[in-house]
Write a new protein. Sequence first.
Length: 225
Amino acid sequence: MIIGDMYGALLRNVLVPGWESGIRRRPTLQRLAWLEKTQWRSLDELEALQAADLKRLWRHTFAHVPFYRQRAEAAGVGPDDIREPFTLTRTGDGFTLQLQDRDYALRAGRWSDWVSVRFGMGPLGLQKVPAVTRVLPRAEGERVTLYVSPLNFDPRAPLYPISHPRGYSAELADAIGLYATRGMPFDADALNDGVLTEEDFLEHARQLIGCDRRQAANRHALDLV
C-alpha cells in the first residue's frame, strides 16, 4: 500500500507534470485544474462558459486559418457571427421552430405568436436577459427563409424597469398576454429594403399595436382605478 501511494504521488506530482508541461509543453495540467474548478457550476454558467470558448475559438480560426476564413466570408459570416442556434423543420404545410429547448409551431407566410429567447450578458454571459419576438417563415420551393422581428424586452422580466410601478409590466402581461415593449416595435427598414411585403408589414403592425391590443390594455388599467 505504501509503495502504491508513493508511486501515485510520484506519477501525479513529478512524472506527469514533467512529461506534459516540461517535455511535451502541453497545457494539460492547466486544463485539468480548470475542469476541477468548474465541474460543479450550474448549467447556465457552464453553457455561458462554453459559448464564450466557442466565440474565442471562432475568432482565432477566422484570424489564422485562411481556408475557413474564405469559406466563412463567401457565406457572409464574420468573426463575431456566433449566434443562438435553432432548428427549423418542415411539418406538412408549416414548420417547427426549436429554440432553447422549446418548440414553436409555425405556418408558412403567417406571423408567429410571441417567441421567447434568453441572451447572455456580461463578460461570461452569466446574466440572462429575456426577450420576445415574432417570426415570419416563408417557403418558395426548396428555399426557406425565417424573418425575425426586432427584439423586445420580455415585459414579465425586463432588464430594467419599463413601467411604473415597476411590476406593472408583468401584471399587464399576465392580464392581456405578451406585448411589444419597444417604442417602435415594427421594422420599417425591412419594408423599405424589400425583406417584408407591405401586407406583411401592416399585419405585423396590426398584431402589435392594433385597436384590440390597446383596448385590452386600457380596460385592464381602468379596472384598477
